[in-house]
Design a protein around this ligand. Structure first.
Ligand code: PLP
Length: 372
């Protein structure tokens, strides 16, 4: 069977080979429930601690600041569910938009960057009346790859005494994260974006606010998230984090070469292609493109038939393509149903451990795009 060429790494990264090996070894460890008081329970606690400290190393914080959840989505719900007054950017992931239930949205400019002046004016207005305001802004947008001025967002928010959550699901493994230096109160991350299995995420916090647990039961995870821990998921997340944190640095030159190659080829063969968010600082692995008058579902189908697995900028869990709220927020309403995201591995290390993507394949992809 011909396998499709996978270029949808922002959706999920295949499980890293080293992570697979560790998981297989750990399956023989025995019946582990970290809450048990006997030998196997102690083993479990030890495993949790190792994973926690590997993740803490990757994002430079203390391991006790990390709460394991089933996903970044759950971690986001736990944070946002604990606040009454929430301001979010208009390009947040649906996990944030749908759990915040707020109409206080920070707009973005045509490049998909949050409007800092708007945030400041809004906080000036509302911070006198409202207490305990949470600002939630993502670090890297999942559709465009655009890097947000998160430090500025935090500085402005802190000036008005607000709490800050940063959704770092698309930043982890792509850019250096230093939680302690960042100054945010909460950060959320997801294992499957860096080569761990899906179904494991984490909330990182600095303990200045009492979160309202959403899942009640036993006192696991410091009483913040009940339920027997997903030990294999946690091992996988910890191992993927260890591998990345042991790299001398996270590099992208090879990923960027592929991204720029396909971009140039596409512009040459189909000059009317619109590139979204390509004029500003963004991660090296992502492009979001659209053809005027060509619906994304049609483009996606043609690319799929030609054996390329890419994504519509706006696919939701049902697989149905709706209008992208991100593209709409950037002011490209006409293109909001047309966008297609091509995403390469998050960094050079993962690119090299994966099946190599060849120039011939990228030529074929550009050719296929030009014929849509
Ligand atoms: N936030 C962003 C920016 C994402 O891209 C994703 C997943 O695509 C999530 C949150 C949700 O992560 P999870 O799949 O762990 O729930």
């Amino acid at each position: 069977m011909i396998k499709s060429i996978y270029l949808d790494y922002n959706a999920t990264v295949p499980i890293l080979n080293e992570v697979k090996k560790t998981l297989l070894d750990c399956m023989d460890l025995g019946p582990i429930n970290a809450s048990s008081v006997h030998f196997y329970g102690r083993e479990g606690k030890n495993i949790l601690q190792i994973a926690r400290s590997n993740i803490a190393n990757l994002i430079n914080t203390k391991s006790e600041n990390i709460i394991f959840t089933s996903s970044a989505t759950e971690a986001i719900n736990l944070i946002l569910g604990s606040f009454q007054n929430i301001v979010v950017s208009s390009i947040e992931h649906l996990a944030v938009l749908n759990s915040s239930k707020t109409d206080l949205l920070i707009p973005v400019d045509i490049n998909g960057i949050v409007d800092l002046d708007y945030l400041e004016q809004l906080l000036k207005k509302i911070s006198k009346d409202k207490k305990q305001i949470l600002i939630s802004v993502m670090w890297v947008n999942n559709e465009t790859g655009v890097i947000q001025p998160i430090k500025d967002v935090i500085n402005i928010s802190k000036k008005y005494g607000c709490f800050v959550h940063c959704d770092a699901a698309q930043a982890l493994g792509k850019i250096k994260i230093d939680f302690d230096e960042l100054g945010a109160d909460f950060l959320t991350i997801s294992g499957h974006k860096i080569g761990a299995p899906s179904g494991i995420g984490a909330l990182v916090y600095n303990n200045n606010f009492n979160l309202l647990p959403q899942i009640l039961g036993g006192g696991q995870e410091n009483g913040m998230r009940a339920g027997t821990e997903n030990i294999l998921g946690i091992i996988g997340f910890g191992e993927a984090a260890r591998i990345i944190s042991e790299l001398p640095e996270i590099t992208h030159s090879k990923v960027k070469f592929l991204r720029d190659y396909i971009s140039n080829k596409i512009i040459t063969l189909r000059p009317e292609t619109v590139f979204l968010g390509d004029k500003v600082e963004r991660v090296s692995n992502t492009i979001l493109i659209a053809l005027p008058n060509t619906p994304g579902d049609l483009a996606l189908m043609k690319l799929d038939l030609a054996n390329f697995s890419v994504s519509s900028g706006s696919a939701c869990s049902s697989g149905k393509i709706s209008k992208s709220h991100v593209v709409t927020a950037m002011g490209y309403d006409q293109l909001a149903s047309n966008s297609i995201r091509i995403s390469f591995p998050p960094n050079d290390f993962i690119l090299e451990t994966e099946r190599l993507i060849t120039i011939q394949e990228l030529d074929r992809l550009a050719e296929c795009w030009s014929n849509i």
